[in-house]
Design a protein around this ligand. Structure first.
Ligand code: KIV
Length: 273
């Protein structure tokens, strides 16, 4: 197995991501929600850490991303930022914090940036949220867009199936992507759409396009950390590659500990005062 160690240990910026797209260097992005995992992910050399609202599923056990609150995202964001030295840290604005009014959106965005010291925010949606996007950008906050499957809209879709397979939805996605670039977003996430459409978007846009379930012809890839480490069970979409079986490793370690305690093997003479 060959591993990548970043030669450039300087902090990753939005500008450096755009340089990476120009020289066709692929961008690696993973989620993190807490200090310990974020320090491992950062030191392993990932370029962008996303404090995703998938924390709602992964950390809190909710079925969707909708219940997570702004204050909960701030808590996760602060923990991650404390751990990170190199990666660009992006925090998801949670459902309901930027759709009601652009004034409320910018107030919430400023709150997240002020308290967490993150580098950027991510918002789901295109033309429907463009006034909020413009207002937040005008406040000097970098924004990563998110199109395709947008989990905050799951109740509207009613299914987690591949998006934009039909021409009208694909056309809207392309026009939303161009709009987000035009107003000044620094990057765009495309989730669960046909690889051919994602490739077209990545070729058309000058900002980096980062895919999840969007094929290999984009500028970077993102996965949910707990999924790619094999910690979560029962979630196996086609796009997910598992790089470890931490669920198995952790279960075995805990079982070993329980059995050591039961048979009075732990602690031994050297493990006490
Ligand atoms: O919340 C999240 O983890 C995300 C990724 C799936 C892109 O938005």
């Amino acid at each position: 197995m060959s591993v990548h160690t970043p030669e450039d240990v300087r902090k990753v910026t939005t500008h450096r991501l755009s340089e990476m797209k120009c020289r066709n260097e692929k961008i690696s992005m993973l989620t993190s929600y807490d200090y310990t995992m974020a320090s491992i992910v950062d030191q392993a050399g990932v370029d962008v850490i996303l404090v995703g609202d998938s924390a709602s599923n992964v950390m809190a056990g909710n079925v969707t991303t909708l219940p997570i609150t702004l204050d909960q995202m701030i808590y996760h964001g602060k923990s991650v930022v404390r751990a990170v030295q190199r990666a660009l840290v992006v925090i998801d604005m949670p459902f309901g914090t930027y759709q009601t009014s652009d004034v409320e959106a910018v107030q919430n965005a400023i709150k997240v940036m002020k308290i967490t010291h993150a580098d950027a925010l991510k918002l789901e949606g295109g033309v429907e949220i463009i006034d909020a996007v413009k207002k937040i950008l005008a406040a000097g906050i970098p924004i990563m867009g998110h199109l395709g499957l947008m989990p905050q809209s799951i109740n509207k879709y009613g299914t987690y199936t591949v998006r934009a397979k039909e021409e009208d939805e694909a056309e809207k996605l392309m026009s939303d992507a161009l709009l987000l670039e035009k107003v000044g977003c620094f990057a765009l996430v495309l989730e669960k759409i046909p690889a051919s459409l994602a490739q077209k978007v990545a070729e058309k846009l000058t900002i980096p396009v980062i895919g999840i379930g969007a094929g290999g012809h984009v500028d970077g890839q993102v996965l949910v950390l707990h999924d790619m480490l094999g910690m979560s069970k029962g979630f196996s979409p086609r796009f997910l590659r598992r790089y470890a079986d931490l669920n198995g490793i952790m279960t075995e370690a805990v079982q070993h500990y329980v059995s050591d305690v039961k048979r009075q093997d732990f602690p031994n003479e050297e493990e006490q005062y």
